[in-house]
Design a binder for this molecule. Structure first.
Ligand SMILES: Cc1cc2nc3c(=O)[nH]c(=O)nc-3n(C[C@H](O)[C@H](O)[C@H](O)COP(=O)(O)OP(=O)(O)OC[C@H]3O[C@@H](n4cnc5c(N)ncnc54)[C@H](O)[C@@H]3O)c2cc1C
Ligand SMILES: *[C@@H]1O[C@H](CO)[C@@H](O)[C@H](O)[C@H]1NC(C)=O
Ligand SMILES: *[C@@H]1O[C@H](CO)[C@@H](O)[C@H](O)[C@H]1NC(C)=O
Ligand SMILES: *[C@@H]1O[C@H](CO)[C@@H](O)[C@H](O)[C@H]1NC(C)=O
Ligand SMILES: *[C@@H]1O[C@H](CO)[C@@H](O)[C@H](O)[C@H]1NC(C)=O
Ligand SMILES: *[C@@H]1O[C@H](CO)[C@@H](O)[C@H](O)[C@H]1NC(C)=O
Ligand SMILES: *[C@@H]1O[C@H](CO)[C@@H](O)[C@H](O)[C@H]1NC(C)=O
Ligand SMILES: *[C@@H]1O[C@H](CO)[C@@H](O)[C@H](O)[C@H]1NC(C)=O
Length: 599
């Protein structure tokens, strides 16, 4: 969909900054010493900056490589229906590409990451899924800190998020459980427009309830089953870490200083005689590869929140990483920490499509310029209609392989427990393809398949010693036999789902290559040709017990063998079978309390 080009009018959502300093030029920084320096104003970084700046005595510098989230262009990342368009290859994207993926017939694929205030929370698909209680309990045992357990962490989930009315103000009884939602700054809501497939999906959960049960609220600790999608949308626009956490802090507080369009190039050693480990309270930054380098130092801590790609890249550029790999690039090792950039987990994703007996799919709007501009005019005037809705789906579902499955017998179960999923579906009321070209005529139903429990692990490594070169990103999509067999099982489960009676007379025929996904070999070949990343990299600076040699940070997110540096972003999550933004917010909320307590 080339939808963004249609948008000619900004939505006038320009934030007003009154108290804080908002700079785009490092030469204008008022001082070089700060209490805290936060690297990356992304999903986690904005939470940390907001919470730390609650204390007016604390002086904070936030450095962000990307651009601001306001101005006329920004409607592309604010209008819910358009966001998938705006995430890749635009001014808000880092424009990364993966290395050739062996299991995908050596294809490379785009690897979007938010290059904007709010980071990837400003460009993601807005699905809000916390994951299972078992996954947080597993994190508690991996890290040796019961503070990460579901019971202890849940108050932070409530502190993060507030469920608000849908764009169409419909009655949402029976679509979610209000008691598991809180009163935090991040706004979430249920779908803002109903579609003709909603009832078919819900009827299928009745007809095939043992395999595909209805789940009232996937964010209550057990995500299994089919439920209404909750999205980070409030008042008909995206709610991000920038709008929910950063903007209010900037507007109200003078102790937070933000520098955008500036890349942190490395951390600088600031050892003193009483340091136990190498101390890195210095930060170096620059606006261009050949431009001048600037420095600042933190009195208390440097918080790395540059995300699963940026954080390991900065660590390695600072000499914190695998000694053998660093020395090959001529980087002197300060701390030999081999797991930096390793253990990367990501979720392979593809979709199947069918032509349908209907004209009421979103194809009728995106392929018709008149209908499209009418719908957009309605949205601008009222905040309602299809543009207020998340394009990805009104319903998603998380499922497990059968407990008797031969795959589990052969490989074991990588999930955190019996309420944690292996795969996910999203039910889409129109044509959605990952590698397929969008047809310009016809009406379609699409179902996305996401492998949320992969056993393959990829990596982020440096391509060179220049901070302005993209690192090598290898998400290792579908690399293991387990992963390949699970996607085949998932497509077979999907075929069972759409064989239920609600789809009779509606689904006409598989579209294009989906027709080949009927045999196990055909499904796998289709997956190899269509899988991309759903953009969930995690684990590249994974949490582990303080004394464990593996991992990069301890249970309090402090970098092992280093003083002064804490990591707060998706890179510390060893892996989670969910869309990870909710977990990132929750971890960042607790991390802010850990940082306050350490002072
Ligand atoms: C296209 C897309 C769709 C997604 N869809 C969903 C979804 O529907 N639901 C969901 O839960 N998750 C989704 N995700 C994943 C989710 O958004 C991320 O897991 C989460 O936002 C990561 O948060 P973070 O704080 O780790 O990193 P980010 O939010 O990416 O923040 C990192 C920040 O650091 C900045 N930075 C990086 N390097 C430097 C440097 N050297 N100097 C200064 N700043 C730097 C970046 O510009 C960025 O602002 C999606 C992601 C993408 C990209
Ligand atoms: C990504 O590509 C777009 C389109 O070419 C460009 O505007 C943007 O600046 C690029 N992002 C970065 C970080 O260079
Ligand atoms: C992928 O590339 C590798 C290395 O170049 C090669 O050995 C392999 O045969 C290729 N695989 C496919 C399916 O083309
Ligand atoms: C200032 O903070 C208050 C309370 O946290 C908040 O309600 C308000 O929206 C903030 N101001 C702005 C302009 O964001
Ligand atoms: C020296 O390092 C120790 C330990 O990190 C720290 O507590 C102390 O404040 C540092 N002293 C100076 C002068 O920076
Ligand atoms: C395009 O949309 C307009 C406005 O809804 C409608 O009148 C017209 O019939 C549509 N055209 C086609 C070819 O469907
Ligand atoms: C198409 O759907 C209509 C109802 O919307 C139904 O009457 C008709 O029989 C369906 N066509 C086919 C071929 O199933
Ligand atoms: C479907 O499978 C056939 C036979 O393997 C192949 O020739 C064809 O290219 C496939 N179609 C698509 C769209 O992948």
């Amino acid at each position: 969909m080339e939808l963004v080009k249609f948008i000619v009018v900004g939505l006038g959502l320009t934030a007003k900054y009154t108290l804080a300093a908002l700079l785009t030029d490092p030469r204008h920084l008022p001082q070089t010493q700060w209490d805290y320096i936060v690297v990356g104003a992304g999903t986690a970084g904005c939470v940390v900056a907001n919470r730390l700046s609650e204390n007016p005595k604390v002086k904070i510098l936030v450095i962000e490589a990307g651009v601001q989230n306001t101005g006329p262009d920004a409607s592309a990342i604010e209008v819910p229906f358009l966001v998938a368009e705006a995430s890749s290859g635009t001014t808000f994207d880092w424009n990364y590409t993966t290395t050739p993926q062996a299991a995908l017939n050596n294809r490379t694929t785009a690897y979007p990451r938010g290059f904007v205030l709010g980071g990837s929370s400003s460009t993601n698909y807005m699905a809000f899924t916390r994951g299972s209680s078992e996954e947080y309990n597993r994190l508690a045992s991996i890290s040796g800190d019961s503070g990460w357990s579901w019971r202890k962490i849940f108050p932070y989930a409530l502190k993060n998020e507030k469920h608000v009315a849908s764009a169409d103000n419909h009655k949402t009884t029976g679509e979610y459980n209000p008691s598991v939602h809180g009163n935090g700054p991040l706004l979430t809501s249920l779908p803002g427009t109903s579609t003709d497939i909603d009832n078919r999906v819900l009827e299928t959960t009745k007809e095939l309830h043992s395999e595909f049960p209805f789940n009232l609220d996937m964010n209550a600790g057990n995500p299994l089953g089919v439920g209404w999608l909750q999205s980070t949308i409030g008042n008909s626009v995206r709610s991000s870490s920038a709008t929910a956490y950063l903007s209010p802090a900037l507007a109200n507080r003078s102790n937070i200083n933000l520098l955008t369009n500036t890349r942190v190039t490395r951390l600088i050693k600031t050892n003193n005689l009483s340091s136990r480990f190498p101390t890195f309270l210095g930060v170096e930054f620059a606006q261009t590869a050949s431009g001048p380098r600037f420095t600042a130092t933190a009195r208390e801590e440097v918080i790395l929140s540059a995300g699963s790609i940026g954080t390991p890249q900065i660590l390695m550029l600072s000499g914190i990483g695998d000694q053998t790999k660093l020395s090959k690039l001529g980087i002197k090792t300060a701390v030999n920490l081999p797991d930096v950039g390793m253990n990367m987990q990501d979720h392979p994703f593809f979709a199947l499509q069918w032509s349908v007996n209907s004209t009421k799919t979103f194809d009728s709007i995106v392929n018709n310029a008149t209908a499209f501009s009418d719908a957009f005019a309605q949205y601008e005037a009222t905040g309602q209609g299809i543009f207020a809705n998340n394009a990805i789906a009104n319903h998603i579902g998380f499922f497990r392989l059968a407990e008797s499955s031969g795959i589990l017998k052969q490989f074991g179960d990588p999930t955190a427990g019996p309420h944690s999923p292996h795969y996910e579906f999203a039910f889409i009321n129109g044509f959605y393809g990952t590698t397929q070209t969008e047809p310009t005529t016809g009406n379609y139903f699409s179902a996305a398949v996401i492998l949320v429990s992969p056993t393959s692990r990829g990596s982020v490594t440096l391509a060179s010693d220049s901070p302005f070169d993209h690192p090598l990103i290898d998400p290792a999509l579908l690399a293991t036999s387990f992963d390949q067999q699970v996607v085949v099982e998932a497509v077979e489960a999907l075929q069972r789902f759409i064989s239920a009676s609600p789809w009779k007379g509606y689904i006409k025929a598989p579209y294009g290559g989906s027709a080949n996904a009927t045999t196990r070999d055909g499904i796998l070949e289709y997956a190899r040709n269509s899988v991309i990343s759903i953009r969930h990299p995690m684990g590249t600076a994974a949490m582990s017990q303080t004394r464990a040699r593996a991992g990069v940070v301890d249970a309090h997110l402090l970098v092992k063998g280093v003083e002064g540096v804490r990591i707060v972003d998706a890179s510390v999550i060893p892996g989670i079978a969910a869309h990870p933004q909710a977990a990132v917010y929750i971890i960042a909320e607790r991390a802010a309390d850990l940082i306050k307590a350490a002072r």
